[in-house]
Ligand binder design. Structure first.
Ligand code: KG4
Ligand code: ZN
Length: 355
């Protein structure tokens, strides 16, 4: 069994997983978050995040070990063969808490140390299966990674070699959700969640307004041949619409909800179109998605439809394994972890998906 630690952003995640029949099984998965504290600042404050993580990491590790089989944590520890930790990308202060804790524990407890790329973890969440006889991704696979800090397309070949195909040149998809939510007055910590909620509540009036005024946000770079993406212009387009409405005294919450729906559609159109292009080029057996934005219902549906059209299988992580969690880091250790000497492991804040 593997004890996995994830502290790349504001969360302190710890999990115990094991590998069985090419699948990953989660025995315990706990997350402590300082999200509430960041809410009032409208974003993550690195200093607050790291201080909170220092406080909670050891109690969370004990709690996780004790929930596996309701044994004392000291007894459960004997079953642990390795400690896996997300070493990047992320915020330096937060990464240090996880990485240094993992190093000390691996050294004192005499366990193997496995380093896991956080982005690989997001993709590896697709191998977490609670039940037997559930299909697992077949390689080669194309994977879309969509998180708050990254938007990438990768291909994983039959030998589990990962190659970066393209990604955003500026804002990540999740970042665009977060910034646009704030512009639309839907300020909360996870922009994607509030945008989805707002668009579900849009009524006839909002939809009629979109149609009559022919409001259509741009789908940046959708027509370009390559697999590069860009989301910062889309956020600026939202800003212009909101400013125009406010200046003319025509702003209303309903229009904000309608714009949220249009925005969600624009992001998903771009992501699906680029993914389709990657599939056509690389002819994979499976399509995978991972990262916080992979929780988006429209994105999940549209990717599912795309895979069906392309006659390949589609895998999406369970909702609880989309946003940051430690179970996915355990899965990453099983799927593509690298054993590292304790003295050599370093936090790498700007690690790319293919290191
Ligand atoms: O992967 P993640 O938890 O953290 C990073 O590694 O960055 O992703 C967080 C991002 C946030 O930008 C959040 O707005 C977005 O995922 N997100 C969503 C949804 N849930 C979370 N975006 C769209 N739709 C969602 N349902
Ligand atoms: Zn993440």
């Amino acid at each position: 069994m593997i004890l996995a630690i994830e502290t790349t952003m504001d969360e302190t995640g710890v999990a115990v997983v094991s590998s069985w029949d090419k699948r990953v099984r989660v025995w315990s998965n706990v997350k402590a978050s300082s999200a509430e504290m960041h809410k009032k600042y409208g974003g993550v404050v690195p200093e607050i995040a790291a201080r909170e993580q220092v406080k909670v990491i050891l109690p969370v590790i004990k709690e996780v070990l004790e929930t596996v089989r309701e044994k004392k944590w000291e007894d459960e520890l004997k079953e642990i063969e390795a400690i896996a930790v997300a070493y990047g990308p992320g915020m330096m202060g937060s990464l240090l808490v996880g990485v240094e804790t993992a190093k000390v524990l691996a050294s004192v407890w005499g366990k193997k140390l496995i380093k896991v790329n956080h982005l690989v973890g997001h993709v590896a969440a697709n191998w977490i299966k609670e039940r037997e006889n559930t299909p697992v991704p077949e390689l080669p696979a194309v994977s879309l990674i969509v998180s708050g800090g990254h938007t990438d397309l990768v291909v994983i070949d039959e030998n589990n070699e990962w190659k970066w195909l393209g990604g955003t040149r500026d804002d990540a998809a999740g970042e665009a959700f977060d910034k646009s939510a704030r512009l639309l007055g839907l300020s909360d910590y996870l922009g994607g969640v509030v945008i989805e909620k707002a668009m579900k509540e849009v009524g006839k009036e909002g939809m009629e307004w979109l149609r009559q005024e022919k409001i259509r946000l741009p789908r940046p770079m959708i027509g370009n041949k390559g697999l590069d993406m860009s989301f910062s212009g889309l956020k600026t387009a939202v800003l212009h619409e909101v400013e125009k409405l406010k200046k003319s005294g025509k702003w209303s919450e309903e229009k904000g909800r309608a714009l949220a729906k249009e925005f969600n559609g624009a992001v998903v159109d771009v992501l699906v179109s680029k993914t389709e292009r990657a599939i056509k080029i690389h002819q994979p057996k499976s399509l995978l998605v991972g990262g916080g934005v992979a929780a988006n219902i429209l994105l999940r549906e549209r990717l599912e439809r795309l895979a069906k059209e392309m006659e390949i299988s589609f895998f999406k992580p369970e909702m609880k394994y989309c946003t940051d969690n430690a179970a996915m880091i355990g899965a990453g250790a099983v799927i593509k972890g690298k054993e590292e000497k304790i003295e050599n492991l370093k936090a790498e804040p700007s690690l790319g998906v293919v290191d």
